[in-house]
Design a protein around this ligand. Structure first.
Ligand SMILES: [Zn+2]
Length: 398
C-alpha cells in the first residue's frame, strides 16, 4: 500500500517536473532566434509521460535529467525527486541526485543546506555512518538545520553504541529543544557504567552512575547496575534493597531483575534465589506474576516458581481453560508433575515473544532497553500471559 502510494507520488512529481521543464524550455526556445534548431520537446515530453504512466520511473528520470539542468527554478524538483528515490529504497540514485545538486556553484545557501541535509539522510539510510556523521556535523553550524542535524547525530551514535558522543549530542540538543526520548541520556550513562564495570573499572562506573543520577532521579536501570556493583563488592544487603525498590516501583521489570538476580546467585557467595520471595509482594496475583516472570527469566525449575504454578494457572486466561481440563487441579500436583508442567510452560513461552514494544508492537525474545524496531527507550514490556498458539497472537500492545 505504502509502496504504491510512493510510486503514485513519484509519478506525480516526475509528471509535474516534466510538464514544468517542457513549458520553461518551450518559453526559452521561442525567445531564441527562429533559425535556431528546434528541440523535439513535445516529443520528449510525451515520451516522459509514457514512462510515468507505465511506472518506468528510471527511464522517466533519465529523460528528465537530460531535459533539465539544475538551476534556481528546478532545484526544488530535483530535491523532491532525490527524496522520493530514498523513500523507495533507491539510495544510490538519491545520493547521485543530491551530490549533483551540491556540485552546482550557483546554488543559494538555502538550497545548498537543503541538499546537504538530504545527502546526510541518504548516507544515514545507506548505512554510511561516517559520511552521514560528517555531513550532519557540518550542518550543526546552520541555525535552520541545527536541531534536526543533532537528532540525526543522536541516532547515528545510538546505532554505533558510541555512548560518550551520544551524551555530548543529547546535552546540546536538550539546550535547544525537548528531546524525543526524555530518559535516553540516563540510558547512555548506564551503558557507559555497565561497560566500565565489565572492564573492572568500578570507580569509573560509579562516576557514570553519579552523572546519570544528576540527569534522572530514581532510574531503575541505574539501580540494577548499582546492584551488580554491590554484588561485585560483596554487599548483598545493598543489592537486595536496590532490587526490591526496582520491582516495587517498576513491576514490569520483574523478569529483567530476576535474570540479573539469577546470574548473581550462581556466583560463589552470591545471594540465594530463595531470597527473592522477600522481594516480591505476596498474594495470588503477585505470586502468579512472579512465577511467570521466573519462567520468562529461565528460572522455571526454582522452587519459588514451582510453588506458585497453581496461582499462575488460575490467573492466566489461557492456562485456566486448558490445564485443569486436561490434568486436574494443579494445586494437587506432586513435585515431578509440577516440574513437568514448568518445563512445558517454559517451552511454550520460549516459542513465542517474551516482550513486546508498547510503541510499535514489535515482539522480541529478549529484553532490550531500546526497541530495535522504533528505537524508543523503555517501551519493551513482558507479554503478560502464556500464549499457547503462535498463530492467534495479537500483534498490538497488551
Ligand atoms: Zn518499538
Amino acid at each position: 500500500m505504502l509502496q504504491s502510494l510512493l510510486t503514485f507520488a513519484f509519478g506525480i512529481v516526475v509528471g509535474i517536473a516534466i510538464v514544468g521543464i517542457a513549458w520553461r524550455a518551450t518559453q526559452r526556445s521561442t525567445e531564441r532566434k527562429k533559425d535556431a534548431p528546434e528541440q523535439p520537446l513535445v516529443k520528449q515530453y510525451l515520451q516522459g509521460l509514457h514512462y510515468v504512466i507505465n511506472e518506468e520511473s528510471d527511464k522517466a528520470l533519465d529523460l528528465f535529467k537530460r531535459m533539465a539542468e539544475v538551476d534556481a527554478d528546478t532545484v526544488e524538483t530535483h530535491l523532491a525527486m532525490g527524496n522520493l528515490h530514498r523513500r523507495r529504497g533507491e539510495v544510490d540514485r538519491a545520493i547521485r541526485i543530491h551530490e549533483h545538486i551540491m556540485s552546482r556553484d550557483s546554488l543559494s545557501s538555502e538550497h545548498r543546506e537543503q541538499a546537504m541535509f538530504a545527502l546526510g539522510e541518504d548516507y544515514f539510510r545507506a548505512g554510511l555512518f561516517d559520511r552521514a556523521e560528517a555531513t550532519f556535523r557540518a550542518l550543526i553550524d546552520k541555525p535552520g538545520a541545527r536541531v534536526s542535524a543533532l537528532r540525526f547525530l543522536l541516532r547515528i551514535y545510538e546505532q554505533q553504541a558510541d555512548w560518550a558522543q551520544a551524551v555530548e549530542v543529547y546535552s546540546r540538543l536538550q539546550a535547544l529543544a525537548s528531546p524525543e526520548h526524555p530518559t535516553a541520556i540516563a540510558h547512555y550513562y548506564c551503558e557507559l557504567a555497565e561497560q566500565a564495570r565489565l572492564d573492572g573499572q568500578h570507580e569509573q562506573a560509579r562516576e557514570w552512575l553519579h552523572k546519570m543520577r544528576a540527569a534522572q532521579r530514581n532510574f531503575p536501570r541505574g539501580a540494577l547496575v548499582r546492584a551488580e556493583l554491590a554484588w561485585d563488592d560483596g554487599d548483598m544487603p545493598l543489592a537486595a534493597r536496590l532490587l526490591y525498590r526496582v520491582v516495587e516501583l517498576h513491576p514490569q521489570l520483574l523478569p529483567v531483575t530476576l535474570q540479573r538476580y539469577a546470574r548473581a546467585a550462581q556466583r560463589p557467595g552470591g545471594p540465594s534465589v530463595e531470597e527473592l520471595r522477600a522481594i516480591v509482594r505476596t498474594g495470588p496475583a503477585a505470586r502468579a506474576e512472579l512465577a511467570y516472570a521466573g519462567i520468562v527469566a529461565g528460572l522455571e525449575q526454582e522452587s519459588f516458581v514451582l510453588d506458585a504454578l497453581p496461582d499462575l494457572v488460575r490467573q492466566d486466561p489461557n492456562l485456566s481453560d486448558v490445564v485443569p481440563a486436561l490434568a486436574g487441579d494443579p494445586a494437587l500436583f506432586d513435585e515431578p508433575r509440577r516440574r513437568a508442567l514448568a518445563t512445558a510452560l517454559s517451552r511454550v513461552v520460549k516459542r513465542g515473544p517474551r516482550y513486546r514494544c508498547v510503541e510499535c508492537g514489535l515482539p522480541t525474545a529478549t529484553h532490550f532497553w531500546q526497541c530495535p524496531g522504533c528505537r524508543s527507550w523503555d517501551t519493551l514490556a513482558p507479554v503478560g500471559r502464556v500464549e499457547l498458539l503462535a498463530g492467534v497472537r495479537s500483534m498490538g500492545p497488551r
